[in-house]
Design a binder for this molecule. Structure first.
Ligand code: NAD
Length: 345
């Protein structure tokens, strides 16, 4: 495999171009801006799988009716302790933002809140939502299911059954960036296989099975007519967490699960638990204990805290620009022309 050429683009330009594309596609200004900010932030933090490269997929979703532009979040049930919100396949960057804002407000008043976001279009990098909670001083955990056609084989299986069902958690710190745990339950996020395929690079061993259930490192095997399957991380442990995301994110609250849904776009449902240490009166001792635990965990060797690699990448990319591979840029140009613009960047 040969690597393709990379272009370096400034984040402001990428954000402006992405905003223009969604404005041209029909998004109101706030929606276009929230989508563009979220996607460029994913690129800045090194998760190109969830960056502007998804724009063509989103526009395909708009055309198929799988992504509904300018949707408003609806609260379907409010029991006090739990809010169930319907997203109606609206733009995930708006739906998740508004659901988290409701949860933050509730947790601020009651000490904690469970927020369920049902049937949203793709909500992107889940850490973004945990960071929104952390910025408001909240601890949060998030279990997410993905309905986009099965793509991950459960441990012991040879065929895909569920999505890459991500998990995230964030812990705010008094003096410094939050600890952000945020990953897919597949060994690799599907978008990372797309990026590897666009770049023409092999995958690490153990991440992919071909359509016969045999291990392969060729990313193209995921995009064949009879596609292969991603594996779960950590063998049976990741497989169990993937299942918990499906059950909590969707089955518990009547959202779409993978096994019985049509995949006309990428649909996410998210189960979030948001806790306010401030409201519980434990903020002081929690902040102290958090720092003590983090110091202990980092006291030997070269241990990075979750969330730190993303911040290192962010600093470098703010300075140097965002690398976009030639294949992705071509797809973005075509997507921009498809909504009537002269080009993308
Ligand atoms: P990943 O494998 O890159 O893991 C990221 C996590 O590991 C982060 O918390 C990061 O800080 C931490 N980390 C990385 N290197 C580390 C190190 N050396 N030491 C300590 N911690 C380290 O993530 P992924 O599984 O490829 O997921 C990428 C993104 O895709 C995530 O943001 C996830 O939310 C998103 N995703 C979204 C969907 C969806 O449907 N919306 C589906 C799957 C994944």
């Amino acid at each position: 495999m040969t690597e393709t050429k990379m272009h370096l683009i400034g984040w402001e330009q990428l954000q402006a171009s992405t905003t223009s594309v969604f404005r041209a596609a029909g998004s109101a200004p706030r929606e276009a801006q929230l989508i563009a900010e979220h996607l460029v932030e994913a690129n800045l933090r090194g998760h190109d799988s969830h960056g502007v490269g998804v724009v063509p997929m989103y526009l395909k979703g708009v055309r198929s009716g799988g992504m509904v532009l300018n949707q408003s979040l609806k609260v379907a049930l409010d029991t006090g302790a739990m809010l169930i919100c319907d997203a109606g396949q609206g733009a995930g960057q708006v739906m998740a933002h508004d659901a988290m804002a409701l949860g933050i407000e509730r947790a601020g008043a009651e000490g904690s809140a469970i927020v369920s976001l049902r049937n949203s279009h793709h909500i992107g990098r889940i850490g973004h939502w945990a960071e929104q909670c952390a910025a408001a001083g909240m601890v949060s955990i998030h279990f997410v299911n993905v309905v986009a056609g099965p793509i991950v084989a459960p441990f012991g299986g040879t065929k895909s059954r569920l999505g890459t069902n991500p998990f995230a958690a964030a812990f705010p710190r008094a003096d410094g960036p939050p600890v952000v745990v945020d990953f897919a339950t597949s060994t690799l996020a599907a978008g990372k296989v797309r990026v590897a395929n666009n770049k023409g690079v092999a995958l690490p061993p153990g991440a992919l099975l071909d359509n016969k259930g045999q291990p392969t490192t060729d990313p193209a095997k995921l995009f064949e007519t009879q596609p292969g399957s991603l594996t779960t991380f950590g063998a049976h442990k990741g497989s169990g967490l993937m299942l918990a995301c499906e059950l909590l994110g969707a089955a518990l609250v009547g959202a779409k699960t993978q096994h019985n849904a049509e995949a006309e776009a990428v649909i996410n449902s998210m189960f979030s638990v948001i806790v306010s240490p401030e409201r519980l009166g434990t903020a002081g001792p929690f902040a102290e204990e958090l720092e003590a635990v983090l110091g202990w965990v980092q006291s030997e060797g070269n241990v990075k805290l979750p969330g730190m690699p993303e911040l290192e990448t962010r600093e470098a990319r703010l300075r140097d620009g965002l690398p976009v591979d030639a294949a992705t840029l071509e797809q973005l140009e075509a997507a921009a022309r498809g909504v009537g613009l002269g080009g993308f960047a």
